[in-house]
Design a protein around this ligand. Structure first.
Ligand code: ADP
Ligand code: MG
Length: 238
């Protein structure tokens, strides 16, 4: 697992600057939540860390490596999206193994990693099923399993639970938190939902219009909002 350092990172799409000079350290072995209103740049920031977008300026380090110009596959990150993006014609096992097969991991190693992840996520009995036969929560576990088997240095989650109904969302949130502890993983989790951010994050990063408004524990941000925006957004007394 590794920390992530952003150094004065900016991103423009055409003439619009959507990430406006972000300096941030994401701690190793912690669950960091990016929270902010829709359109503030959360997904873009995550995609910059993943290498799915190129920075316009600035640097990104993962662990000791300056990965700013590295392709996604070499960064050691795994991303989980809200749309599960599972292959419908493949069994759960093969969906989870897919990324490893193309990276030429040995067969028994693949088998071992997939079974281990399936055990952690309690989806072992589903390995021979197709995604169409699974519930929303089970599909989301498969998508998370696909990330786990790659043994990434950093997990990136982009609103992974927003398609689930409220009670399942609460349950999956608890599961993610215990997964993080079990793997001692560095996780970055994006949400526009304040409650989710406050209950899930060790550290929360409040974003607004491409800038970091505040970084702190949920309690720090709640008790001492840095400005009116944070106070209003988190809903704490100013
Ligand atoms: P969030 O995830 O916080 O809702 P995004 O990172 O998706 O926000 O988007 C931030 C801003 O960047 C929005 O104004 C969005 O329209 C814009 N944006 C995102 N991706 C692109 C793109 N590929 N091309 C042009 N504009 C984009
Ligand atoms: Mg988004």
């Amino acid at each position: 697992m590794a920390s992530v350092d952003l150094e004065n990172v900016t991103k423009r799409f055409g003439r619009t600057e959507v990430i406006k000079g972000i300096d941030l350290t994401i701690e190793n072995g912690r669950l960091t939540v990016f929270v902010g209103p829709s359109g503030c740049g959360k997904s873009t920031l995550l995609r910059l860390i993943a290498g799915l977008e190129e920075v316009t300026s600035g640097k990104i380090h993962i662990g000791d490596e300056n990965v700013t110009d590295w392709p996604p596959a070499e960064r050691g990150v795994a991303m989980v999206f809200q749309s599960y993006a599972l292959y419908p014609h493949m069994k759960v096992f093969d969906n989870m193994a897919f990324g490893l097969k193309i990276s030429r991991t040995k067969r028994n190693e693949i088998e071992e990693r997939v079974r281990h992840a399936a055990r952690i996520l309690r989806i072992e009995p589903l390995l021979n099923h197709k995604p169409g036969e699974l519930s929303g929560g089970q599909r989301q576990r498969v998508a998370i399993g696909r990330a786990i088997v790659r043994e990434p240095k950093v997990f990136l989650f982009d609103e992974p639970l927003s398609n689930l109904d409220a009670s399942l969302r609460v349950q999956m949130r608890l599961e993610l938190a215990s997964l993080q502890r079990e793997l001692d993983a560095t996780m970055v989790y994006v949400t526009h939902d304040q409650t989710e951010a406050m209950t899930l994050g060790h550290t929360i990063v409040v974003l607004n219009e491409g800038r970091v408004e505040q970084v702190g524990t949920p309690l720090e941000v709640y008790r001492n909002p840095a400005n009116r925006f944070v106070a209003g957004f988190i809903g704490s007394p100013e």
